[in-house]
Design a protein around this ligand. Structure first.
Ligand code: ADP
Ligand code: UDP
Length: 236
C-alpha cells in the first residue's frame, strides 16, 4: 500500500490517497487544538497513542457488529482505512453531564444522566459546529432517514460496547464523539477516531480526567493521561 497525494490536512490528522482508490492512509499528528481552533499546542506522543488506541477500539466494536473503516495499522502513526465520504455530522453520545452540556443546562459536571443522550452537530468549522436535530438533518439532507436510523443504532451499540469494556480497566466513559461515512456503494461505516481526543475518560474511582480536557483546561499532566489510557487499554 503506497501513499500518493495528500487529500486533506486536518487539525489532528492527515489523510492520503493510495494506489487503491477505495483505501486511504490516515496519519496521526501530535498537534492539538481546542475551542474551535483558538487554542493550539502539541501533545508529545499523542499521534502514536491515538492511532493505536483508535485501532484497538475500532477492532473491538467491529468484532461486536459495528462496521468500521479500519483496515490495517501500518506503523505507529499510520493506518490504512476504507475511503468514505464523511456524513457531515458529529455524533455525540453522553452518559454523564460534562463539557458543553453541563454548561448549557447548568448541571454540575459528573451528574449522571437518567438516559443516554444522543446529540448531533453539523460539521462546519466556520459555523463552530452548530447543534442540529433530526429535522434539520433531513431538511438539509445531511443524511437520509435510513442512514440516520443506522447511525443512531451504531452510536448506541458503540456506547454499550465501550462502556462495558472500559469498566474492566477502571475507566468511566463520560461522553464521546463519533463520525460516520459512506463507502462507494453507500454502506454506512464508523470512521474517524475513538481516542482521548474525542472521548471523556475518567478514572472510575478517583474521577481523575484522562483525556483532552487536561489540555483544553490547562490542567497539566496531559501526556501522562494519554500514556495512562494506552497502558490500560493496550498494556504498554
Ligand atoms: P478536522 O477535520 O476536524 O481538523 P482531523 O484532523 O481529525 O479533523 O482530520 C481528519 C479528517 O479525515 C476529518 O475531516 C475526518 O472527517 C476525515 N476522515 C476520517 N476518516 C475518514 C475516511 N475513512 N475517509 C475519508 N476521510 C476520513
Ligand atoms: N468532541 C470532539 N470534537 C468536537 C467536539 C466534541 O471530539 O469538535 C467530543 C469531546 O471530546 C467530548 C464530547 O465530544 O468527549 C462532547 O463534547 P462537548 O459537546 O461537551 O464539547 P466541549 O466541552 O469539548 O466543547
Amino acid at each position: 500500500m503506497e501513499k500518493t497525494v495528500q487529500m486533506y490536512e486536518g487539525k489532528a490528522k492527515k489523510v492520503f490517497a493510495t494506489n487503491d482508490e477505495n483505501l486511504c492512509i490516515v496519519s496521526y499528528k501530535d498537534d492539538a487544538t481546542a475551542n474551535n481552533g483558538l487554542k493550539k499546542g502539541t501533545i508529545l506522543g499523542k499521534g502514536v497513542i491515538n492511532n493505536r488506541v483508535t485501532n484497538h477500539l475500532m477492532k473491538l466494536v467491529e468484532s461486536k457488529g459495528v462496521p468500521t473503516h479500519f483496515v490495517e495499522e501500518i506503523n505507529d502513526r499510520e493506518t490504512v482505512v476504507k475511503k468514505v465520504s464523511i456524513v457531515p455530522l458529529e455524533v455525540i453520545v453522553r452518559n454523564i453531564a460534562a463539557g458543553s452540556l453541563a454548561k448549557r443546562l447548568g448541571l454540575e459536571e459528573g451528574t449522571k444522566l437518567n438516559k443516554t443522550v444522543l446529540e448531533y452537530c453539523y460539521k462546519d468549522d466556520a459555523l463552530g459546529d452548530p447543534m442540529v436535530n433530526e429535522y434539520h438533518i433531513l431538511a438539509m439532507d445531511y443524511a437520509s432517514k435510513e442512514e440516520l436510523e443506522l447511525i443512531a443504532k451504531y452510536a448506541f451499540m458503540v456506547n454499550d460496547i465501550l462502556t462495558d469494556y472500559l469498566k474492566e480497566v477502571n475507566i468511566e466513559l463520560i461522553d464521546f464523539k463519533l463520525e460516520f461515512g459512506r463507502l462507494a456503494d453507500g454502506t454506512i461505516v464508523l470512521a474517524d477516531e475513538i481516542s482521548p481526543d474525542t472521548c471523556r475518560f475518567w478514572d472510575s474511582n478517583t474521577k481523575e480526567k484522562l483525556d483532552k480536557d487536561r489540555f483544553r483546561r490547562d490542567m497539566g499532566g496531559v501526556e501522562d493521561a494519554y500514556q495512562e489510557i494506552m497502558k490500560r487499554l493496550l498494556g504498554e
